[in-house]
Design a protein around this ligand. Structure first.
Ligand code: G3P
Ligand code: CA
Length: 402
């Protein structure tokens, strides 16, 4: 996978023919038994004390279900609606990816370029902001958050990133604004109260080096927000993520005390490693970091890894799954949790073993796929479909006799 495909992560979808007739709205499902306990980190009790256990809540040691950009299989990603639905579906953690505005505010977007996830192109007053920038080694054309104040950004509305693959989500285009990190932190507290269980948050600082080059400091803004919300402790339901290393080290030096996780994608291209180090001459790719020596080093600045799922069970040349690698055991031996990404219901995102047709938009056997990965001993998984994740976890636990 190239650097460009990371910036436009759904580019590969087009390799499978698209028809739209098979899309179906996915129901919110109720999970069975009512387990109690904590997510990866120990619980922060303040916001759920004396509440009855939630039917979805996991028990200690059970794998986490992380709502990737919210319940983004069913709502435009990184919107309040996507997070609300994720919590209702039983997600243990919600994930905001974070970028910065011109005035230094952290907002929830997957990348600085916002042409793919907002209606900015429909705003003539911003037409002259369209430009081309180099983002971690790749030229990208569009509109960039660091060229907008928060007030300007708030005049935009979110749209579905994958309108062809997820046409059903386009009915929500234009309804929701771009949330700030602060708003999502507050929402997490509100959702925990509403659902009677601690819902965690696993934010990812995107393109740290890129923003520092522009005079902005995402780690400082992140730490201020975390402190304001009382989450700066090892026991807080908070994990910071990054595909870079310099910032994960730096934020600890700045006083960050909650957990961190280092992300890695597969690929062997020029930029398929942490950009902060690659751009300074350290040639190690993510695949190098996922080996035992790399994992041991990661354990000096992080508490877990978030590998692309094909690091855990790779695909063979024919597109079917190979045997699991030793990554989970190696990471656990280094003291690291393992929470891979990204599990999505549609055929195009899974190995051939689980595809139900050549239709990229049609659902594959997503529960089977998740259970297969859960059997490797992972500590959780990121999914666009948290309800599917909750069901898969139930099946996995039932299989183990729990
Ligand atoms: O953070 C886990 C996963 O979200 C990493 O990939 O590109 O979706 O942020 P991405
Ligand atoms: Ca992410």
């Amino acid at each position: 996978m190239t650097s460009r495909s990371r910036i436009t992560p759904f580019a590969l979808v087009g390799t499978v023919a698209l028809t739209l007739s098979t899309l179906a709205a996915a129901p919110v499902v109720n999970a069975a038994p009512p387990p109690t306990g904590s997510p990866l980190a120990a619980q922060a009790p303040a916001d759920t004390a004396a509440k009855p256990p939630h039917p979805h809540q996991k028990r200690p040691g059970e794998p986490l279900i992380v709502a990737h950009r919210g319940a983004s299989g069913y709502r435009p990603e990184h919107t309040i609606a996507a997070y609300e639905l994720a919590a209702a579906m039983g997600a243990d953690y919600i994930e905001p990816d974070l970028v910065l505005t011109k005035d230094g505010m952290l907002v929830d977007r997957h990348e600085p370029e916002i042409g793919g996830t907002t209606n900015v192109a429909d705003h003539p007053e911003f037409a002259d902001r369209k430009t081309t920038k180099n983002l971690d080694g790749t030229d990208v054309t569009g509109w960039f958050t660091e060229d907008f104040t928060l007030a300007e950004l708030k005049s935009l509305r979110a749209v579905e990133r994958l309108p062809k693959q997820r046409q059903h989500n386009t009915i929500y285009d234009g309804l929701y604004d771009v949330p700030t990190f602060e708003e999502v932190l507050t929402l997490r507290e509100e959702l925990s109260k509403k659902h009677g269980r601690t819902i965690g948050i696993i934010p990812e600082i995107k393109h740290s080096t890129y923003f520092h080059e522009k005079g902005l400091n995402p780690e400082q803004a992140f730490l201020e927000a975390v402190r304001k919300h009382g989450l700066n402790s090892k026991k807080a339901p908070l994990w910071l993520q990054s595909f870079e290393i310099t910032n994960l080290r730096a934020v600890r030096d700045m006083g960050y005390r909650a957990n961190s996780t280092f992300l890695a994608w597969t690929g062997d291209g020029q930029w398929d490693g942490p950009y902060d180090l690659l751009s300074k001459g350290d040639a190690r790719k993510y695949s190098d970091w996922m080996k035992p020596a790399g994992l041991k080093e990661i354990a000096t600045f992080a508490d877990g890894i978030g590998p692309e799922k094909f690091f855990v069970i790779p695909k063979k040349a024919d597109g079917t799954l190979d045997a699991p690698t030793s990554l989970v055991a190696d990471a656990h031996a280094a003291g690291l949790k393992v929470v891979p990404w990204t599990f999505r219901n549609e055929n195009s995102f899974m190995a051939k073993d689980f595809q139900t047709s050549d239709d990229a938009t049609q659902y594959g056997r997503a529960i089977d796929e998740m259970v297969t990965y859960l059997r490797t001993g992972i500590d959780g998984l990121f999914t666009d479909n948290p309800d599917t994740g909750v069901i898969a976890r139930q099946h996995f636990l039932a299989e183990k006799g729990k």
